[in-house]
Design a binder for this molecule. Structure first.
Ligand SMILES: Cc1cc2nc3c(=O)[nH]c(=O)nc-3n(C[C@H](O)[C@H](O)[C@H](O)COP(=O)(O)OP(=O)(O)OC[C@H]3O[C@@H](n4cnc5c(N)ncnc54)[C@H](O)[C@@H]3O)c2cc1C
Length: 210
C-alpha cells in the first residue's frame, strides 16, 4: 500500500492563526511563536472551526475495497475512487490480511478462492457481460486507488476515530501514516495526537500545557 500527500494549504498554521486573529483583531501580535501558542490554545478550548481553513489531499494506492468502503463513510471529505465500472479487473490484485498471511492453511484457502473469482470474472467478460455487472463477483480484498481531501478539523476527527485500537487494522495503518505526515506539515494543529508507529495507535493527550 502506498500513501501520498498530494497537496496541502501552503503555510497552513499561518492561515489558521491569521483566521483566528480576525476574531480578536490581534494581528499586531502575530509571529511564528505566538501563532503556535494560539493554535494550541484554540484546540484546548475546542474552538476547532478555525482549523477548517486548511486542507490536505491524499492518494492511497494498493488498498482494499474493504478499506475504501470505510473511508467513504466520512461525509465531510471529497473523494475520487478507481471505478469498477470503467476499469477492467481481470487478474485483479488483492490485499491479504496479516492474520491470514501468518497461517499457511488460511493462505491456501484464501488464494484458491481469489483464483476462482478471477477465473469466473474473466469468463463473464469473455461472454460479453459488462464490467459493471461482472464486478458483482469481486471481493472486498480487491485493490483500489482513492484520492481524498479534507480540512484539518475533519482530519483530526478521522485520526482520533481511525487511530484508535478498536479501529480495523488497514484503516488504522493508513491513518497512522497520515498522522505522521500531518504532524510534519502542521505540528501544532495535531500537537495533542500522539502517533505511535510501533503500537500502531493514535492517542489523544489532554491537559498538555506546552
Ligand atoms: C471502530 C469503528 C467501528 C465501526 N463500525 C461500524 C459498523 O458496524 N457499521 C456501520 O455502519 N458503521 C460503522 N462505523 C462507521 C461509523 O458509524 C461512521 O459512519 C464513520 O466512522 C464516520 O464517522 P462520523 O459519522 O463521526 O463522521 P463523518 O462523516 O466523518 O463526519 C464528521 C462529523 O461531522 C458531524 N456530522 C456529519 N454528518 C452529520 C449529520 N448528518 N448530522 C449531524 N452531524 C453530522 C458529526 O459530528 C461527525 O462526527 C464504525 C467506525 C469505527 C471507527
Amino acid at each position: 500500500m502506498n500513501i501520498e500527500l498530494i497537496a496541502f494549504t501552503p503555510d497552513p498554521q499561518q492561515v489558521i492563526a491569521g483566521a483566528a486573529r480576525t476574531c480578536y483583531l490581534s494581528f499586531d501580535r502575530q509571529n511564528e511563536e505566538s501563532d503556535r501558542k494560539l493554535i494550541r490554545q484554540l484546540i484546548r478550548s475546542g474552538h476547532l472551526s478555525v482549523l477548517e481553513h486548511a486542507t490536505a489531499t491524499f492518494r492511497v494506492r494498493g488498498c482494499s475495497r474493504a478499506f475504501t468502503h470505510q473511508l467513504v463513510r466520512h461525509r465531510l471529505c471529497s473523494f475520487s475512487q478507481q471505478s469498477q465500472r470503467y476499469v477492467k479487473e481481470t487478474g485483479f490484485a488483492a490485499v491479504t490480511p496479516p492474520r491470514i498471511r501468518e497461517d499457511p492453511e488460511a493462505v491456501l484457502i484464501y488464494d484458491e478462492m481469489l483464483d476462482k473469482i478471477r477465473s469466473a470474472y474473466r469468463h463473464l467478460i469473455e461472454l460479453g457481460i459488462r464490467k459493471e455487472d461482472a464486478r458483482f463477483l469481486l471481493p472486498n480484498a480487491v485493490t483500489s486507488e482513492i484520492v481524498f481531501s479534507a480540512n484539518f478539523r475533519q482530519l483530526r476527527h478521522m485520526l482520533i476515530l481511525r487511530g484508535d485500537p478498536h479501529a480495523q487494522w488497514e484503516i488504522r495503518e493508513v491513518f497512522i501514516r497520515i498522522g505522521t505526515i500531518l504532524k510534519e506539515i502542521a505540528p501544532d494543529c495535531f500537537f495533542d495526537l500522539v502517533v505511535d508507529e510501533e503500537k500502531e495507535t493514535i492517542e489523544r493527550i489532554t491537559g498538555d500545557k506546552n
